[in-house]
Design a protein around this ligand. Sequence first.
Ligand SMILES: Cc1ncc(C[n+]2csc(CCOP(=O)(O)OP(=O)(O)O)c2C)c(N)n1
Length: 330
Amino acid sequence: MSTPAELDGLTRERVLWAYGIVLRARYLDDRRFILNRAGKLAFIISPRGHEVAQVAAITALQPGRDRFCLYYRDFAAALACGFTPEELMLSAFARAADPSSGGRQTPGNFGSRRRGIIIGSSAVGTQIPKAAGIGLALKWRAEGALCYVSFGEGATSQGDFHEGLNFAALHHCPVIFLCENNHWAISVPEARQVAGPGVAARAAAYGIPGVAVAGDDFLAVHAAVRAAAERARRGEGPTLIEARVLRLQSHSTDDDQRAYRDPAELEAEAALDPVPRMRAWLLAVGWLTEPDDARFQEEVAREVEAATVAAEAAPEPDPSTLTRHVYADG
Ligand SMILES: Cc1ncc(C[n+]2csc(CCOP(=O)(O)OP(=O)(O)O)c2C)c(N)n1
């Protein structure tokens, strides 16, 4: 088989960059999980199973120009937007130098003014109407920028989802609504959460395109987000994309999904892990070789280890600043 020069407009260099981000997210997740079990990190939410979809989406956008309202499972998306492994570890250890909140927010509430990432809260779905408002501001400013907002399928049961989509559709706001549908909202399955034919179908009620894609298919997610971005930048308004992914971990480290999920289903899903599938795809198209992959993985493992050591050694927030951002100064 000949090695393609480009796939769907993407160069080998760009896709290998994306694969590197996916690997960083996975290695960070493994490390954070161990640190949690060792009692060093209090609470972790895992992106396991979502990484390929998240990075494929961000690869179709323009960090630095676009705005991002990420949600708590978006570790791979945050890395793709420019967060470093060390910054994410500083947040996990609640250190003063955590760029999102100085160690105050739950890890996973990503914020970075210079990267255009607007910090959210842990209240499910609240980022969605915010993104619609940001989209309206971007439209008025006519910068050609758009706002990307992500959330789980559980969030689509919230009033915030419907208000946000209605507002963005009505005002033709340049917004991409990306639902990472992992079929579970903690212990509530999609069938007991989402009425009707599914998340993407809800777009029809607002007169906007609704697209469902396989979240482990890098090119499919990338193409859907790219088309939505082109539509938004042309001034035609928002798009709702549903990326169907797997939740390969429990909801959080405070949850144990073995208590409510079928063991056979968990085993079947583990075999569909999108990270080795992306690796196999890259090997098959000739963009990755086994030795290059081994070198890549070694580099990422070293980077994550260095990030962990640096973040653990970093100073904690000064107790005298405890009420900063809680009460007005003075
Ligand atoms: C308004 C609100 N209700 C309930 C919760 C508790 N809660 C936190 S995450 C979550 C599940 C959300 O599931 P989903 O939107 O599908 O995203 P996922 O975590 O599966 O990625 C719930 C119910 C919350 N944080 N905020």
